[in-house]
Design a protein around this ligand. Structure first.
Ligand SMILES: [Zn+2]
Length: 283
């Protein structure tokens, strides 16, 4: 199984540090997760994520952990803390690490993290340009910003080789226009799509071509209903946390929703992720 989007570094904020990531990773491997796409939120994450990815490919005699695929970028929530020159530093790191992807970037129009719209749009465009120039897939965050995300993507004369819309919440209305973009498009869903009341996600799921679908935990965030949480990390009652191991349960929930078997869905997702990453192997 593959977790198409998470924030492994943030487990150190929840669990006692040092061993936190390692424990989560080992448990994920024991639960059949062989690959994780680990996203950066801010510049401070870039080097630790690259190290995590390098360690995951190390000696096979170590305790088994999943392969960590690194994504570098600045999440729209943290653009106010970005230091001048981040664009050049991101470019340099990406050129030094040919297997690194770009993420997470995008637009967020919710008010609890009010970052100026033009700051968000400029940063989003920078990430897109880097993805196009360096031929790297890009993971996109969009909340209440689909009109702007779509029009910015349509304005580009060329796009990165693949785009992943993480925790897709655009509903049915944006599916067709997004699928018409001139690049390889994927929609990823997290546990929150399994809440019974999330009709918007269920409708989108029923309409997305299965070859465009990915699953994610967005862990430690976006925890789904309690029956889809392995519950192995400490849970606070107001805001439960997810972890990559939950994917084993999520897969069953999504298979049920899509009227297919967990095995069939797992195979589809493995193929989809290989296609999403195929531009990297072509480098
Ligand atoms: Zn994320």
């Amino acid at each position: 199984m593959i977790d198409a989007h998470n924030h492994l570094l943030d487990f150190s904020k929840i669990l006692s540090p040092d061993s936190a990531q390692q424990t989560i990773l080992q448990r994920a491997r024991q639960n059949g997760i062989h690959t994780l796409l680990c996203n950066a939120s801010c510049e401070n994450d870039w080097i630790p994520i690259l190290q995590l990815a390098a360690n995951s490919n190390d000696s096979p005699c170590q305790v088994q952990i999943p392969t960590v695929i690194p994504l570098l970028g600045i999440h729209p929530w943290y653009l106010d803390k970005a230091h001048p020159g981040w664009e050049e530093r991101l470019y340099t790191l990406l050129t030094q690490h040919s297997k690194a992807l770009i993420g997470e970037t995008g637009l967020d129009r919710t008010t609890h993290r009010a970052i100026n719209n033009s700051v968000q749009e400029n940063a989003f465009l920078t990430h897109l340009r880097l993805g196009t120039e360096l031929h790297r897939p890009v993971t996109i965050h969009s909340v209440r910003a689909w009109e702007s995300v779509l029009s910015l993507l349509k304005e580009q004369s060329s796009l990165p080789p693949a785009l992943l819309f993480h925790a897709y919440n655009g509903g049915r209305e944006y599916l067709k226009p997004l699928l018409r973009l001139s690049t390889d498009i994927y929609f990823s869903f997290a546990g929150t799509a399994l809440f019974e009341r999330n009709h918007r996600a269920h409708e989108a799921l029923s309409l997305i071509p299965i070859e465009r679908l990915l699953l994610e935990t967005d862990s430690p965030y976006l925890a789904g209903p309690s029956e889809y949480l392995t519950g192995l990390i400490p849970q606070s009652s107001d805001k439960p946390h997810s972890e990559p191991s939950d994917l084993r349960l999520l897969l069953k929930g999504f298979a049920q929703l899509l009227h297919t078997s967990a095995e069939e869905l797992e195979n589809r997702i493995e193929n989809n992720l290989s296609r999403f990453l195929s531009s990297l192997t072509a480098l």
